[in-house]
Design a protein around this ligand. Structure first.
Ligand SMILES: [Zn+2]
Length: 111
């Protein structure tokens, strides 16, 4: 898996086929060619995309939210894709945190 960061820096990472297929199927990436997929979102734009899509409304309680939560935790095979991520308020995000702590900000650049 390879691509370019916001700043135009190239990055390459091996991604197993299953993950690649999932990313594409869940609309987080597009197929460039047989060996390459390209992620559609950077961390920042992805976050913005999900928050805007959900109107900054917490998926769990309906209050204002500005954080992202995974429906299927990454630890259980969930991916950071539009289909698997919802807007959540701090409270709901925190109440789930001990079960599936996601460091969304730090780990997704390489995922
Ligand atoms: Zn909430």
């Amino acid at each position: 898996m390879r691509g370019k960061t916001d700043k135009g820096r190239r990055w390459v990472q091996d991604t197993d086929l299953e993950t690649a297929v999932n990313l594409v199927r869940e609309h987080a990436a597009v197929v460039v060619n047989r060996h390459t997929i390209r992620r559609l979102y950077t961390n920042k734009s992805f976050r913005q995309y999900v928050l805007t899509r959900d109107n900054y409304t917490c998926y769990f309680c309906g209050e204002y939210g500005d954080t992202i939560d995974h429906l299927v935790p990454r630890a259980k095979g969930g991916h950071t894709t539009p289909m698997n991520c919802v807007c959540a308020c701090h409270l709901c995000n925190q109440s789930k945190a001990d079960k599936n702590l996601e460091d969304f900000v730090t780990d997704e650049e390489e995922a």
